[in-house]
Design a protein around this ligand. Structure first.
Ligand code: COA
Length: 317
C-alpha cells in the first residue's frame, strides 16, 4: 500500500514584481530575463512570512481534498527560507491548522518536495498513516542578494501543498545526491561567537549558473529515462512531466534531448520564477485545478537543486 494525491493547494503573495520592476533594482531588462530565464513576473512577500505562505497553501490543499486538520496523521514540510531555524515550518503549520499529529521538516532544497513524498510513502507502506499533508514554502526574497543580477531575477516566494491518502498512485521514484557546495550554496548566519575564527560568509544564494544549468538538464533527462525504463513505459504514455521551474531554457533543452514535445512539460515559470521546494506543488495544484488530469493519467515529477540533489517520481493520478 502506498498513497494517492487527494488534493492540492498553493499560495503566493499578492505583490507582483515584473521584470521592468527588477530593472529598476539591478542592471537587467525584461528582454534578457524572458530570453535567458523565461520569467515574466514573480510574487514577492511584503508582510507575509514563510509560515503564512505554507499555512495558506495547506488550507487550500485540505479544502481541495475534503480533509479536516484533525484527520492528519503526519505533516512533512520543506523550506530553505524558514522564518526560524526552530521551531520547524511543519510544527508552525501544525499549530496554525490546529492539528495534533507529528510534524517535521526535510531539507533537500529545490528537490525537497519529492523527498517529502518518498518519506510519506514509507509511512503508508508500514500502515502508520491514513492522511499526510506535505508542504513546500519559500520566502527566497530574503535569501537573494538584491545586488546580484544573476540570482535576484530568478528566485521568488510562494508555497504549494498536497494531501496524501491511502492508495496506489505512487509508483516509482529515483533519488541522487552529489554532495558539495561549489555549485549552489546558501551559507547560514555565521553567529557571533567571540571564539570563532571562521570567515563569515554572506547568507545569500551563491550559484554557478552555467554549472547548475548543465547539472539540471542532465539530471532531468537521466531521471526521466530511468523511470520510463524501469517501468517499461514510452514517453507517449506519460500525460505530463512536471519539472522544477528553474529556467525555461533548461526545460526546453531537456525536451530536445528526450525527444519529447514541449507540450508534455508543464511550465509556469513565467508567472512565479523559481520558488525552490514550492515550485513542483504549485505546478501540481495548477494542473489539478485546471482539470488537466483525469483518473489514471501518469505523470512524472522531476526536480534538482542544491546538495547537489536530484529526484523524480512516477505517479498515477
Ligand atoms: N540581466 C542582464 N544580464 C545578466 C543578468 C541579468 N539579470 N544576469 C547575468 N547577466 C549577464 C552576465 O553578467 C554576463 O555578462 P558578461 O558576458 O558581460 O559577463 C552575461 O549575462 C552572461 O552570463 P551567464 O552567467 O553566462 O548567463 P547564462 O546564460 O548562463 O544565464 C542564468 C545565467 C543564471 C540565468 C543561467 O545560467 C541559469 O539559469 N542557470 C541555472 C540556474 C538554476 O537552475 N538555478 C536553480 C537551481 S535549483
Amino acid at each position: 500500500m502506498n498513497f494517492s494525491i487527494l488534493g492540492t493547494g498553493m499560495y503566493v503573495p499578492d505583490n507582483i514584481v515584473t521584470n521592468d520592476d527588477m530593472s529598476k533594482i539591478v542592471d537587467t531588462s525584461d528582454e534578457w530575463i524572458r530570453q535567458r530565464v523565461g520569467v515574466q513576473r514573480r510574487h514577492i512577500c511584503t508582510t507575509e512570512t514563510t509560515v503564512e505562505l505554507g499555512y495558506q497553501a495547506a488550507l487550500r490543499a485540505l479544502e481541495n481534498s475534503g480533509t479536516k486538520p484533525e484527520e492528519l496523521d503526519l505533516i512533512l514540510a520543506a523550506t530553505v527560507s524558514g522564518d526560524n531555524v526552530s521551531p520547524s515550518l511543519s510544527c508552525m503549520i501544525q499549530r496554525k491548522l490546529g492539528a495534533t499529529c507529528t510534524a517535521y521538516d526535510i531539507n533537500a532544497a529545490c528537490s525537497a518536495f519529492l523527498y517529502l513524498l518518498e518519506t510519506a510513502a514509507g509511512y503508508f507502506a508500514r500502515g502508520k498513516v491514513k492522511k499526510v499533508l506535505v508542504v513546500g514554502a519559500e520566502r527566497l526574497s530574503k535569501l537573494v542578494d538584491w545586488k546580484d543580477r544573476g540570482t535576484c531575477v530568478i528566485f521568488a516566494d510562494g508555497a504549494g501543498a498536497a494531501v496524501l491518502g491511502k492508495g496506489s498512485g505512487y509508483l516509482d521514484s529515483t533519488f541522487t545526491t552529489r554532495g558539495g557546495d561549489t555549485v549552489i550554496k546558501i551559507p547560514a548566519y555565521a553567529g557571533e561567537s567571540p571564539f570563532s575564527r571562521l570567515e563569515p560568509e554572506r547568507p545569500f544564494i551563491h550559484m554557478e549558473g552555467q554549472e547548475t544549468f548543465k547539472y539540471a538538464v542532465n539530471a532531468i533527462c537521466s531521471d526521466i529515462n530511468k523511470l520510463l525504463e524501469q517501468n517499461g513505459l514510452t514517453p507517449d504514455e506519460i500525460k505530463y512531466i512536471v519539472p522544477h521551474q528553474a529556467n525555461k531554457r533548461i526545460i526546453d533543452l531537456a525536451c530536445i534531448r528526450l525527444k519529447m514535445p514541449i507540450s508534455k512539460f508543464y511550465v509556469n515559470i513565467q508567472e512565479y520564477g523559481n520558488t525552490s521546494s514550492a515550485s513542483i506543488p504549485i505546478a501540481l495544484d495548477e494542473i489539478n485545478r485546471k482539470g488537466l488530469l483525469k483518473c489514471g493519467d501518469l505523470i512524472i515529477l522531476t526536480a534538482f537543486g542544491a546538495g547537489l540533489s536530484n529526484a523524480a517520481c512516477l505517479i498515477r493520478w
